[in-house]
Write a protein that binds this ligand. Sequence first.
Ligand SMILES: NC(=O)c1ccc[n+]([C@@H]2O[C@H](COP(=O)([O-])OP(=O)(O)OC[C@H]3O[C@@H](n4cnc5c(N)ncnc54)[C@H](O)[C@@H]3O)[C@@H](O)[C@H]2O)c1
Length: 457
Amino acid sequence: MDRRKFIKSVAASAAAVSMPCFSIAKSRNANEKINVAFVGVGGIGAMSLGGLKNDCADSVNFAALCDVDTKYSAGNVKKFAPDAPFFTDYRQMLDKMGKDIDAVCVSTPDHSHFKIAMDAMECGKHVAVQKPLAHNVWQVRQLAKARKYYGKQQTVMMNQGHATDQIRLLKEWADSGVCGDFSEVHVMCGGPNWKSIYFKKPASYPFGKEDVPSNLSWDLWINQGKFTDYNSIYHPLTWRSFWDYGTGMLGDWFCHTGDAPVWILDLKDPVSVELVSAKTNFDPKVFIPDSSIVKWTFPKTDKRPECVMYWYDGGQEPLTRPHDFDEGRKLPTAGMFMIGSKHTIETGVRPNFNPCMTNTAFFKEFKRNMPPKTIPRIPRGSLYREWIDAIKGDGPECGSNFGYAAQLTEVALLGCLAQRFGGKIEWDAENMSAKNRSELNAFIKEPERSGWESKAI
Ligand SMILES: NC(=O)c1ccc[n+]([C@@H]2O[C@H](COP(=O)([O-])OP(=O)(O)OC[C@H]3O[C@@H](n4cnc5c(N)ncnc54)[C@H](O)[C@@H]3O)[C@@H](O)[C@H]2O)c1
């Protein structure tokens, strides 16, 4: 990658560039702390600040914080790192403090994950990014390539469940063969809850322009996404309702609830993804649905038969009642079933929530003689510890590194395309294209805003 060009593009748009940002993370002695910078600290950024503080206090310094909203982020700045240098533009942060930052933790809205993560990797930083990894299929594949291209930098997507003991337990159960072959998966999530803080519907659409508050840099918030005039319906949190910036319930939750089946059954490169049904008001190409059912078909591999997977949001019951489901029990509208030819594995909305065999009598018997624990566990089941240990060379690469994270997120993003554009998409994974729907190309790789373009690896 052409570093000179990168610096030039940063310099063109970010003021006061004083040093090249690409100081590769320096070599360190075993006791030296990892200097972590945080981009996006106002919302769930608090979880990564808290997670690193609780699980890795002995190993990290909070080197710098960055947020485009000085008011929304103020509470977390005060709580976690009141004395750390604060920036509103992450490009200036990387330029000014490049030498003093080893790793960057990105907790911004979905549409800006890619550019921030890529720029940080270009600057030689280890990177942790919130889920979903990015906003379109091309971006997740680029980040998967970046992991290999940069080689030594440790990457992780922050789907916390992937570091837990429970998801390992589920894989050991499935791999033992006790459930038989898996050919059907159901992933259910309750929302969107339009009364919650996360989603908002306008009284009517289209809606107007509002004045940008003085505490917010709207241009930086947009990042490389589609430019839209400011309206308070977007920020904070409720950007989730709009496809241009968020990815709806599916993008929000699939990387948790669908993590176990994607990992265990190696679900990738579906031959098709289809919107089975949906309810929406306003324009479905702009707004996420109120409820939907999506179906993917994954081809047979040498380890399992062809597998279909269904996603449900909006409080719908799964279309299939597992053959071994307890008599009289109501089907859940949130959770996950991996239906095996002999037995069904079930979890709550995260892989570490209530992992069990769906049939109560069988599970009781199974627990008396569980398969041996063969998959190494992560200290404290903590993704933060896993990432920092990998950076320090004290542990292996994270399980949800950008290679696996891209696989998991791509499945979710293909489902989002079906939710947004309807019908059936025949997916050509090798050529990254919808065989029967060329009009979707502009969403498989979205246009990048002028001045914010990235260079393909
Ligand atoms: N892992 C989890 O369990 C979990 C839970 C909730 C949210 N998330 C993910 O975290 C991300 C953020 O979600 P949220 O609910 O915190 O949203 P939010 O809108 O509440 O917070 C985003 C923060 O990032 C800041 N920001 C936006 N653009 C920025 C930019 N370009 N540079 C610097 N700061 C910027 C905002 O001002 C705000 O402080 C999303 O991708 C979401 O899916 C993950």
